[in-house]
Design a protein around this ligand. Structure first.
Ligand SMILES: NC(=O)c1ccc[n+]([C@@H]2O[C@H](COP(=O)([O-])OP(=O)(O)OC[C@H]3O[C@@H](n4cnc5c(N)ncnc54)[C@H](O)[C@@H]3O)[C@@H](O)[C@H]2O)c1
Length: 257
């Protein structure tokens, strides 16, 4: 308990999955957490539940692709708490399409949320934090390191997050801002992103895909969102004080082969 006591954290995409697990863990470790998401109904329900449990969380509607939304969230956080220490750029979308099947519209949608918005969130977090320092955690994926034939746009977006994070980290170090910027690379995690994708497939295709997937994971199972949250907590906290521009992989051994 108390690993990020009294730190002020913004977590995007916090209505479910990895973002929600991270918000819960951060709050249990003493942070004051601003949970944001485009899905306000789901977000408010989670916020009410967590507040009833005595956790220090607030919720805010936020489309991460919108600069005005970012300004409102960051200004509101600074007005309410007087500081901002941690930003987790977690909101993201999955999309199954190969390079031949992808459309320009699909490509722009995925890149807009998964990459452009991470740029925006990182840039705005740096402006807000540069007086006192902080930690920015960008959620990439193992799909930002290796390719997958049906994830053309997703691979591009997550690879972009990986190398953009290093550029931002170097900039902050050179300027002496005391801001660390790192990326986290989960393997396959049991969240709505994965389960909804699998459930949308015809049952025989879904079964074959799950079998194939499990066969490629040395630990033989998908991750729980809480296991990814533990890694995000480490990167966000002062425990990783010498870590910047780094990429932390949590994938059950998937990319070790
Ligand atoms: N689940 C996995 O296997 C996995 C693996 C590697 C990386 N990731 C990454 O982890 C992050 C979280 O994924 P997840 O699995 O928890 O997914 P999820 O679908 O469960 O949650 C994503 C959240 O992002 C929100 N969101 C989507 N578009 C948004 C927008 N424009 N503005 C604000 N919020 C928006 C959604 O409403 C949702 O609550 C994503 O960046 C994803 O790419 C997931």
């Amino acid at each position: 308990m108390g690993r990020i006591e009294n730190k002020i954290a913004i977590i995007t995409g916090a209505a479910g999955g990895i973002g929600l697990a991270t918000a819960e863990l951060f709050a249990r470790e003493g942070a004051k957490v601003v949970m944001t998401d485009i899905n306000i109904g789901k977000l408010e329900a989670q916020g009410r539940r967590m507040t009833a449990e005595g956790l220090s969380v607030t919720v805010a509607a936020h489309d991460v692709t919108q600069a005005d939304d970012w300004d409102r969230i960051i200004t509101g956080t600074l007005e309410r708490y007087g500081a901002l220490d941690i930003v987790v750029n977690n909101a993201g979308v999955g999309h199954l399409a190969s390079v031949e099947d992808e459309t320009m519209e699909g490509w722009r949608h995925v890149l807009g949320i998964n990459l452009d918005a991470v740029f925006m969130g990182t840039q705005k977090a740096i402006v807000a934090m540069k007086e006192w320092g902080g930690s920015i955690v960008n959620i990439s994926s193992i799909e930002g390191i290796i390719g997958e034939c049906v994830l053309a746009a997703y691979n591009a977006s997550k690879g972009g997050v990986r190398i953009f994070t290093k550029s931002a980290a170097l900039h902050c170090a050179e300027k002496g801002y005391g801001i660390r910027v790192n990326s986290v690379h989960p393997g396959y995690v049991i969240t709505p992103m994965v389960t909804d994708t699998i459930n949308a497939l015809p049952p025989d295709v879904a079964e074959a895909m799950q079998k194939d997937l499990l066969g490629r994971i040395p630990l033989g199972r998908l991750a729980e969102a809480s296991e990814i949250a533990q890694a995000i907590l480490f990167v966000a906290s002062d425990e990783s004080s010498y870590m910047t521009g780094a990429e932390l992989v949590i994938d059950g051994g998937y990319t070790a082969r």
